[in-house]
Write a protein that binds this ligand. Structure first.
Ligand code: MG
Length: 444
């Protein structure tokens, strides 16, 4: 033992002997919440509702005491818009005022714990709105795009997939080839089943749209299983091997029906089959994998990154569909993306029209910076949406290129947004109210 070892040993024994009341709390506890001496301070957290795309967006803006330094986040849960806004306005936002926006990990954990009952899409969407805004601020403070904060470029651009749909193989294959001619290497194909509300298929014309509105959403799994696999196989024959095809079953099948689908679409050589099972049936994914070689994707309905872990550990899925707002923002999803890399799965972030351009920019930061990236769903933003969100990511040649502007690279035009208020009263998406032929409620 050296003299200094003896001295520290003596100090340890004295510390243990000291009465509890005489012990001082560690300095770090006394100082919490800590802050850098010259860091920015949050002055306000504001929410904005708008619907330039048709679906309601909840946009969060975190404001600071530094001239022009603000951050934007997407907290859009189109089914629970007002509840999410209330969680930001009434509970989380006030906790942030006065904090240094640089302390993202601490703020994220503090806000998450503040609800005591953690989890759920409403709480996590609200949290995500703030979290993504803090990453935007961190990028602006550093003068770097957010993807640089996450590790830098792992690729030049993120392959995007677009959506096509129709009733017969011929008309769908034509749309696939047209998308390929625009540069898309990945296309999601949805097949309308006569007499049912098949997910993701556009009505042919105004008359068909009226018929669909008139009847409540109706679902027939056997009709779907009869009709869709042969159409997918024929689409593959018509378009050849040069374009990746994706299909979304939208969690509407039982485990045995899902296995039947996997067997029947083998020859369509899909890039992935999405949501063959509902979250409640996730423990069946291992058996589904044994039914065929079709790559499996799941996750857009998950509201907690922990839900992916059993599937990743079991190597039961190939793609993690990641909805950044519903999972609580970039702070938890960057860890999920790292887990995907370590477990040999790929990422496919959720990007339909109800993820705003701010949320899409957060997706893109993950896509560009991760070796695990697979493909990015990319809705076509409408003109009105592009006006409200200058800098919105837009696919070029079937891929999304990151902005080099500091932060997320997307702005929010408050005046333009005011011209697109959310509908009142807010209604559920019709497909969320699906029923079977006997009238029983189905998962959407
Ligand atoms: Mg989906």
């Amino acid at each position: 033992m050296t003299p200094s070892d003896h001295a520290s040993d003596r100090q340890d024994r004295q510390d243990r002997a000291a009465p509890a009341a005489a012990r001082q709390p560690p300095e770090v506890l006394a100082a919490a919440p800590w802050s850098t001496p010259r860091g920015a301070r949050v002055t306000a957290v504001r929410t904005f509702l708008c619907a330039p795309q048709g679906c309601p967006y909840v946009i969060v803006r975190v404001e600071t005491d530094q001239q022009g330094l603000t951050g934007l986040g997407c907290a859009s849960d189109p089914q629970r818009t007002l509840a999410v806004r209330s969680v930001v306005d009434d509970y989380l936002g006030p906790m942030l005022v006065g904090r240094d926006p640089a302390d993202i990990e601490d703020i994220h954990r503090l806000l998450l714990n503040s609800g005591y009952w953690r989890g759920g899409s409403i709480a996590h969407n609200a949290l995500a709105g703030i979290d993504v805004a803090l990453w935007d601020i961190k990028g602006k403070t550093a003068g770097l795009p957010v993807y640089q904060l996450l590790g830098g470029r792992a690729r030049v651009a993120a392959d995007a997939y677009t959506h096509v749909s129709g009733r017969e193989a011929g008309e769908i294959a034509e749309q696939v080839l047209a998308a390929a001619a625009r540069g898309y290497r990945h296309v999601r194909v949805q097949v309308a089943v006569p007499g049912t509300d098949t997910y993701g298929t556009a009505p042919r014309d105004a008359a068909e749209a009226a018929v669909r509105r008139a009847r409540s959403g109706r679902w027939d799994p056997l009709g779907y299983l009869r009709h869709v696999p042969p159409v997918l196989r024929e689409i593959r024959e018509r378009v050849g091997p040069g374009v990746e095809l994706l299909h979304d079953a939208h969690e509407r099948l039982t485990p045995s029906q899902a296995r039947e689908l996997v067997r029947q679409v083998e020859d369509a050589r899909l890039f992935f089959l999405e949501d063959a099972l509902a979250p409640e049936d996730a423990s069946h994914f291992g058996r589904l994998r044994e039914a065929g070689s079709v790559p499996l994707a799941v996750g857009e309905l998950y509201d907690d990154v922990q839900q992916y872990m059993p599937l990743l550990e079991a190597r039961a899925i190939d793609f993690a569909r990641i909805r950044v707002p519903t999972l609580g923002g970039l702070t938890p999803t960057r860890k999920l993306v790292a887990a995907c890399e370590l477990f040999g799965a790929r990422t496919a972030p959720h990007g339909p029209g109800d993820v705003s351009p701010v949320g899409m920019a957060a997706n893109l930061a993950l896509d560009i910076s991760s070796p695990a990236f697979g493909v990015q769903e990319a809705a076509a933003f409408k003109e009105a949406t592009l006006e409200v969100f200058p800098g919105a990511p837009v696919p070029r040649g079937g891929a999304l290129y990151p902005s080099e502007a500091p932060g997320l690279g997307v702005e929010f035009d408050e005046r333009a947004a005011a011209a697109h208020p959310v509908p009142a009263p807010l209604e559920h998406d019709r497909w969320a109210l699906l029923r079977a032929a006997d009238g029983s409620a189905m998962r959407p």
